[in-house]
Ligand binder design. Structure first.
Ligand SMILES: Cc1cc2nc3c(=O)[nH]c(=O)nc-3n(C[C@H](O)[C@H](O)[C@H](O)COP(=O)(O)OP(=O)(O)OC[C@H]3O[C@@H](n4cnc5c(N)ncnc54)[C@H](O)[C@@H]3O)c2cc1C
Length: 345
C-alpha cells in the first residue's frame, strides 16, 4: 500500500504556488488510481497553516509541517533536513514535489538520505495494473519515456506547467508539527537578497497564453537595404505589453548580443527556445523573423498551436513545422496587430 506525500514549500506570503497545486494534482491522480493508498501533505515554510487551510478540502488524511524562521529562505541544508523529517514522519513511499528551483536542488539529496530514488522533470503520472509509471522527456524533448520503479521511497519532481493545478477547496487543516534539530553548520548560508529584473522588464511569463518568439531576421537588413533595430525593439515591446505574451528567442538572435553586435537589449540567453534553450509550455506560439530550423523548433514541443511569420516561403516552418505560416513582412504584420490590439480588436 502506497503512502503518497505531496511535499511543498510555501511562498513568501504563506500561500501555495501554482506549481505546488500542479504537484498536488499529480499526487491526487496517484491516490485516486491506487485503491487502499493514503494521501498526506507535507509543508515547509515560515508558517504553513494558511497554505494547509487553502487545500484542506482535498482527500489528504494528515498534514505535516516544518515551520519557523530557519525554513523561510531556500537553503539546501535546512530544506533537505525539513523534507527528510517530513518524509520519515509520514512514512512516505511516494513523494510528489513541484520542481521549483528551491525543491529541484534538494530532491535528489532526500532520495540519497532515505535510500530511495528521485526522478526529475516528470511530466505525467499514471497507474496501470496497480503499477505506477511516470513520464518524462529525453534528448531535449525529442523522445518521451515511461518509467516504473520498485525502489521506495520514490521521489518525483513534477515539471511546473505540465499539470492542471488542483483546485480543491479551503477548510481548516490540523497540521502536525515535525521538529527538526538543526546544527549551526546547516545555517551558515544566508540569502542576503534577490536580484531580478524590474517587473516591467520581465519578459518570461510561464503563465501566458502565447509564446512570442523573435528571430535574427529582426536585426537583418530589410528591403530598403537598412537595418531597423529601434523600430523592431518598439514593435516587439509594444506587442508584449499589449498581449502579455511571453518572449522567446532563437539562438542566433541572442548569440548576436554575446558577439557584440547590435541586438535587442531586453533579450538574454534565458529567452532562448530550443535544443540548447528552454521548452516552455503555452497554448499558442507565434514565431517571427525566424527560420524554424530543427534545433530551434524542438523547443516548441509543448506549444499547442504554432504559427510563424517569415519572408521566406521555403523556411523550416513552411516544411510542416507550423500549423499556419504567414509569408509576410513581420514589421508590417506586427505593426498592424499592435494597432488592432490598441483599438481593442
Ligand atoms: C547543436 C545545435 C543546437 C542549437 N540549439 C538551438 C536552440 O536551442 N535554439 C535556437 O533557436 N537555435 C538553435 N540552434 C541554431 C538553429 O539551428 C538556427 O541556426 C537558429 O535557430 C536560426 O535562428 P534564426 O531563425 O533567428 O536566424 P536566421 O536563420 O538568420 O533566420 C532569419 C529569418 O528571418 C527572416 N526574416 C528577415 N526579415 C524578415 C521580415 N521583415 N519579416 C519576416 N521574416 C524576416 C528570414 O527570411 C529568415 O528566415 C542550434 C544549432 C545547433 C547546431
Amino acid at each position: 500500500m502506497e503512502t503518497i506525500l505531496l511535499l511543498a514549500h510555501t511562498e513568501k506570503d504563506g500561500s501555495l504556488a501554482r506549481s505546488a497545486r500542479e504537484a498536488q494534482h499529480a499526487a491526487g491522480t496517484l491516490f485516486k488510481s491506487l485503491p487502499g493508498s493514503k494521501l498526506v501533505i507535507g509543508l515547509v515554510g515560515d508558517n504553513v497553516q494558511m497554505a494547509a487551510n487553502s487545500i484542506a478540502a482535498c482527500p489528504a488524511t494528515k498534514y505535516f509541517g516544518v515551520t519557523g524562521a530557519d525554513f523561510t529562505q531556500p537553503r539546501y541544508a535546512t530544506d533537505t533536513a525539513a523534507a527528510e523529517a517530513i518524509c520519515k514522519a509520514a512514512q512516505a513511499t511516494m513523494v510528489v514535489a513541484p520542481a521549483t528551483s528551491r525543491w529541484a536542488r534538494v530532491l535528489p539529496g532526500i532520495a540519497q538520505r532515505l535510500g530511495g530514488r528521485a526522478d526529475t522533470h516528470v511530466t505525467g503520472v499514471a497507474v496501470a495494473d496497480g503499477k505506477i509509471s511516470v513520464n518524462r522527456w529525453f534528448y531535449r524533448q525529442r523522445m518521451e519515456g515511461a518509467l516504473t520503479r520498485t525502489q521506495r521511497p520514490w521521489i518525483l519532481g513534477i515539471d511546473p506547467g505540465s499539470q492542471t493545478p488542483c483546485e480543491c477547496g479551503v477548510g481548516t487543516a490540523a497540521v502536525e508539527m515535525v521538529t527538526v534539530n538543526l546544527t549551526d553548520a546547516s545555517k551558515r548560508t544566508t540569502v542576503i537578497g534577490i536580484r531580478e529584473p524590474k517587473a516591467d522588464a520581465q519578459t518570461i511569463r510561464p503563465d501566458a497564453q502565447l509564446l512570442f518568439v523573435t528571430g535574427a531576421g529582426w536585426t537583418k537588413k530589410q528591403a530598403d537595404g537598412q537595418t531597423h533595430l529601434p523600430e523592431a525593439e518598439k514593435l516587439i515591446l509594444d506587442f508584449l505589453k499589449k498581449s502579455r505574451a511571453s518572449l522567446g528567442s532563437s539562438k542566433s538572435l541572442v548569440d548576436l548580443g554575446g558577439e557584440g553586435q547590435a541586438v535587442l537589449p531586453f533579450l538574454s540567453h534565458l529567452n532562448q527556445i530550443g535544443q540548447t534553450g528552454a521548452t516552455p509550455r503555452h497554448a499558442k506560439g507565434l514565431s517571427t523573423c525566424c527560420h524554424g530550423e530543427e534545433p530551434h523548433t524542438v523547443g516548441w514541443r509543448f506549444i499547442g498551436e504554432r504559427r510563424a511569420i517569415s519572408l521566406d516561403p521555403n523556411c523550416g516552418w513552411a516544411r510542416g513545422k507550423a500549423d499556419v505560416l504567414y509569408v509576410a513582412d513581420a514589421f508590417a504584420v506586427i505593426s498592424k496587430v499592435n494597432a488592432l490590439l490598441a483599438a481593442g480588436g
